[in-house]
Design a protein around this ligand. Structure first.
Ligand code: SF4
Length: 379
């Protein structure tokens, strides 16, 4: 197949499966060329947005997502934590802000928030907003009333992923339906919030399923502002611990097709990035990825991941950009430098996926380990 010239990217919501599969089938170089062409029409090709995350409630989730260390259905050795006190969240948000973060993402391992939890999460949103930060939450399913409460509190983004194609979905989760997820997304939109919604690759899905996931995302009435594309991190104790590895080129192709289908969205490299080498990450940026998740330990001095990310950015001439801000080059760089140097915050950003089975505790091991997964990224 010959690549078609793609000089004018249009934002469409009527893609067909055949069209999406045709993009996946392009020769690799042609696909990346198209994706990079689209990318440059909508984004600065040398800027990458960085997000951070705080787990406000960890583990014991009643859902049975077969990839997740936080599901109460599997024994993954995860240390469970109750809902964090508002003041504790606020303390960490202040520290994050002081170290340069402009968006604060908060995640809870719930099926959906209980009514008695809502006043606390609403208060968290209000108080973090009052610090002048953007806010994002992932709390599971929301009904329309809950979505409106969060929107009224000032929540900017809500994360809720589709995970995979509708056809593969039942092999991955049985405790909530695909339609449940679409309903939550509709409630979030109706309430006026921005959406962060993507999926996970490497769940044993087929190429058609990867096309099917992107088709669902691209044909939403409004594209998600943020599209996280996760690579499965296999967690010992979960049913997908032994699933076959995804070919890295299939991952890069999925990034490229997502960029073409949703030209204005921030396409985010999320869970699994730590297991990608520099060359693969560079290919992902070339394919149109322009957002990364550092997880909860961005702001730690001895985080080797942060340091290696800075080195990779420098090698590629990429500069960090916080979405929703007009930070200058110098300010962005200064913020990241400050984050790296900020020793005092090293104890504040705990590992949401603290699993003695697979990862061990960073503190127990006397140093911060590469961040292997962050289950809230796949909520
Ligand atoms: S991905 Fe989210 S909903 Fe699913 S088990 Fe994990 S924490 Fe629960």
């Amino acid at each position: 197949m010959t690549a078609q010239p793609h000089t004018q990217a249009a934002t469409r919501h009527d893609w067909t499966l055949e069209e999406v599969q045709a993009l996946f089938a392009l020769p690799f170089n042609d696909l990346l060329f198209q994706a990079q062409t689209v990318h440059r029409q909508f984004h600065d090709p040398n800027r990458v947005q960085i997000s951070t995350l705080l787990s406000i409630k960890t583990g014991a989730c009643p859902e049975d997502c077969k990839y997740c260390s936080q599901s109460g259905h599997y024994n993954t050795g995860l240390e469970k934590e109750k809902l964090m006190a508002v003041e504790q969240v606020l303390t960490q948000a202040r520290e994050a802000k002081a170290a340069g973060a402009s968006r604060f993402c908060m995640g809870a391992a719930w099926r959906s928030p209980r009514e008695k939890d809502m006043p606390y999460v609403v208060d968290m949103v209000k108080q973090v907003k009052a610090l002048g930060m953007e806010t994002c939450m992932t709390l599971g399913m929301l009904d329309s009333g809950q979505a409106q409460q969060l929107a009224d509190a000032g929540l900017d983004y809500y994360n809720h992923n589709l995970d995979t194609s509708p056809e593969h979905y039942n092999a991955i989760i049985s405790t909530r339906s695909y339609q449940d997820r679409l309903d939550t997304l509709a409630n979030v939109r109706e309430a006026g919030m921005k959406i962060c919604c993507g999926g996970i690759l490497g769940l044993g899905e087929s190429a058609r399923d990867r096309a099917g996931l992107l088709l669902q995302l691209a044909n939403l009435p409004q594209h998600p502002e943020s599209v996280p594309i996760n690579m499965l991190v296999k967690i010992e104790g979960t049913p997908l611990a032994e699933v076959e590895d995804l070919d890295p080129f299939d991952f890069v192709r999925t990034i490229a097709v997502a960029r073409i289908l949703m030209p204005e969205a921030a396409v985010r490299l999320s869970a699994g990035r730590e297991e990608m080498n520099e060359q693969m990450q560079a290919l992902c940026f070339l394919a149109g990825a322009n957002s990364i998740f550092y997880g909860e330990r961005l702001l730690t001095t001895n985080n080797p991941e942060t340091s290696s990310d800075r080195q990779l950015f420098a090698k590629l001439g990429i500069e960090p950009l916080e979405l929703g801000t007009a930070a200058s080059d110098e300010a962005s760089e200064a913020a990241l430098l400050q984050a790296v140097e900020h020793e005092k915050t090293a104890h504040l950003f705990v590992d949401a996926a603290r699993s003695s089975v697979r990862h061990g505790s960073a503190r127990e091991e006397g140093g911060l380990q590469p961040h292997k997964d962050c289950p809230k990224l796949t909520h």
